[in-house]
Write a protein that binds this ligand. Structure first.
Ligand code: GRF
Length: 215
């Protein structure tokens, strides 16, 4: 069975969705860069080992990433799953784990990289927004896409209502992507997810699910 560690910074609802999914994965630990992350308590209640590597204890990104890598390497996971982990990782860190770090981003990448994605979507006038699970590369929010879910932007949406709709989609696609990973179904070349074997997709919507608007 493949193994993962999950990195969080706060609430941990994506982590919880992953734990709830009963995936055929050995979840070695949940690591947070914030000691007060609510998700740590959730993980502990589920009997998952937890660990804090506080970024505030480090003067540089390199030093923090070194401590993080040391904590991860003790667990020797196959994959590192960023789930609401709000730190940008250095190229040095990522080079240690090529094609082994996954992230969820609350937009349909490559649109709206960075922070405040729901605000960006509303300001842009987009009618469709969503979430993306992707492999992490040193170009922020730009790695190979595994799966995306789209949701509508509704006329009366504000950041909070849109965030709620996107989060529900996140909770669906992250466990889905990890299931494909656990089953060894994700084919990768150097720069892209080339196939997910056995996946039935609508023509032209490669590797993506399109959620039906529900409001
Ligand atoms: C999610 O929307 C995630 O995509 C984003 O931050 C939020 C974290 O939520 N980067 P949670 O901690 O998983 O509840």
């Amino acid at each position: 069975m493949k193994s993962i560690v999950i990195l969080i910074s706060g609430r941990g609802s994506n982590m919880e969705a992953i734990l709830d999914a009963g995936l055929p994965l050995d979840i070695k630990a949940v690591i947070s860069n914030r000691p007060d992350a609510v998700g740590l308590e959730t993980a502990r209640r589920r009997g998952i080992a937890t660990c804090v590597v506080a970024h505030t204890a480090h003067a540089s990104r390199e030093s923090f990433d070194g401590a993080l890598a040391a904590a991860i390497d003790e667990l020797s996971p196959d994959y590192i799953v960023l789930a609401g982990f709000m730190r940008v990782l250095t190229g040095g860190f990522l080079a240690r784990y090529p094609q082994r770090v996954l992230n969820i981003h609350p937009s349909l990448l490559p649109a709206f990289a960075g922070l405040h994605t729901h605000r960006q979507a509303l300001a842009s006038g987009a009618k469709i927004h969503g979430a993306t699970v992707h492999f992490v590369t040193s170009k922020l929010d730009h790695g190979p896409i595994i799966v995306q879910a789209a949701v509508p932007v509704l006329r009366n949406d504000d950041e909070a209502t849109l965030a709620r709709r996107v989060l529900a989609a996140e909770h669906r696609i992250y466990p889905q992507a990890l299931r494909w990973l656990a089953e060894g179904r994700i084919g990768l070349d150097a720069n892209d997810v080339v196939e997910i074997s056995g996946l039935i997709v609508s023509p032209g919507i490669e590797n993506q699910e399109l959620l039906v608007p529900w409001e």
